[in-house]
Design a protein around this ligand. Structure first.
Ligand SMILES: C[S@@+](CC[C@H](N)C(=O)[O-])C[C@H]1O[C@@H](n2cnc3c(N)ncnc32)[C@H](O)[C@@H]1O
Length: 245
C-alpha cells in the first residue's frame, strides 16, 4: 500500500456505517453517477462498505470496487447485495483490473487518503488507464478550509455530546505537506476509543493540474451532487474529467 490511510479504516470499519448512515446526499450521489455511467461498467476507487456502490449496482449497472482495508470489505459483505459484490483488495493508486470502464469514480474525500502528491497523480493515471476512450472520471472532495485550525495549525472540537458518550476531535495541520491529521476520541463509560485519520488536501486547481499530468481534462465542476454551481462559497466540489483529446 502506498502512503495512504487505508489501514486507519480497519479501525473505523466498526463504526463507519453508523457515522455515515445519516449522510443526506447518498441518493443524489447515486443518481448523479448513474447519469454519467452510460451503458458500460463502473469502477469505484476506495469503495469502503459500499455506501454508494451498492445502491448504484442496484440500478442495474455493473459496478466493481477497489478497497484497501479488508475490514471495510467485511462490512460491505454484510450489507444487502454485498455478499456477491465484486471487490478487489488493493491500492487504488496502482491496482490493475484487466478491463476498462465507462465511469471511474472516487468520492467522499477518498482521493485525499493518498498522502502525497506523487501517489495522488499515480491514482489519477491509474483511473485514466482504466477508462474507455470516451469514459468519465468523477471525483468528490472538500475545498480546503484553513480557517478550521488556529495559527499554530491546531483545533480541538466537540463532535457531539450524547447521554452516554462524547466525541472529541483533535486536529493538526501541516501546511508544508498539505496534511490534516485528526484523532476522533470517543469517551464513554466503557472506556476511550481512538479513530485516527489523515488526509493530504488539494486545491481544485492542483487537482486539475494533476489530472492533466495523468492525461485527463476537465469537463464540469459542481458545488455538490445536484449540479449546483461551484462558487467561492462552495465547501466541496464534484469534478468531472475525460481523457484528453
Ligand atoms: C472516506 S472512505 C469512503 C468510502 C466510500 N467510498 C464512501 O463513499 O462511503 C475512504 C475509503 O477509501 C479506502 N482507501 C484509502 N486509501 C486507499 C487506497 N490507497 N487504496 C484503496 N482504498 C483506500 C479506505 O479504506 C476507505 O474505505
Amino acid at each position: 500500500m502506498t502512503g495512504s490511510n487505508a489501514a486507519a479504516y480497519n479501525a473505523v470499519a466498526e463504526v463507519y456505517d453508523e457515522w455515515t448512515g445519516p449522510l443526506p446526499d447518498t441518493p443524489a450521489t447515486v443518481e448523479f453517477l448513474a447519469g454519467r455511467a452510460g451503458k458500460g461498467a463502473v469502477l469505484e476507487l476506495g469503495v469502503g462498505t459500499g455506501r454508494v456502490a451498492l445502491p448504484l449496482a442496484a440500478t442495474g449497472l455493473e459496478v466493481i470496487g477497489i478497497e484497501g482495508a479488508d475490514k471495510m470489505i467485511d462490512k460491505l459483505r454484510q450489507r444487502p447485495g454485498g455478499d456477491t459484490f465484486p471487490v478487489i483488495l488493493g491500492d487504488m493508486a496502482d491496482v490493475a483490473v484487466d478491463r476498462t470502464f465507462s465511469l471511474v469514480y472516487i468520492v467522499f474525500n477518498t482521493f485525499l487518503c493518498l498522502l502525497d502528491q506523487r501517489d495522488q497523480v499515480r491514482c489519477l493515471r491509474n483511473a485514466a488507464e482504466h477508462l474507455e476512450p470516451d469514459g468519465t472520471l468523477v471525483t468528490e472532495m472538500h475545498v480546503p478550509d484553513l480557517t478550521r485550525t488556529d495559527a499554530d495549525g491546531q483545533r480541538l472540537a466537540t463532535g457531539s455530546v450524547e447521554r452516554d458518550r462524547v466525541f472529541l476531535e483533535a486536529t493538526m495541520h501541516d501546511p508544508v505537506r498539505q496534511r490534516i491529521r485528526t484523532q476522533v476520541v470517543v469517551v464513554s463509560e466503557r472506556g476511550i476509543r481512538l479513530y485516527p485519520n489523515q488526509v493530504r488536501y488539494v486545491w481544485p486547481a492542483e487537482l486539475d493540474l494533476m489530472a492533466q499530468l495523468a492525461g485527463l481534462e476537465p469537463v464540469d465542476r459542481y458545488g455538490g451532487w445536484t449540479g449546483e454551481p461551484f462558487t467561492a462559497k462552495s465547501t466541496r466540489h464534484v469534478s468531472v474529467f475525460r481523457k484528453a483529446a
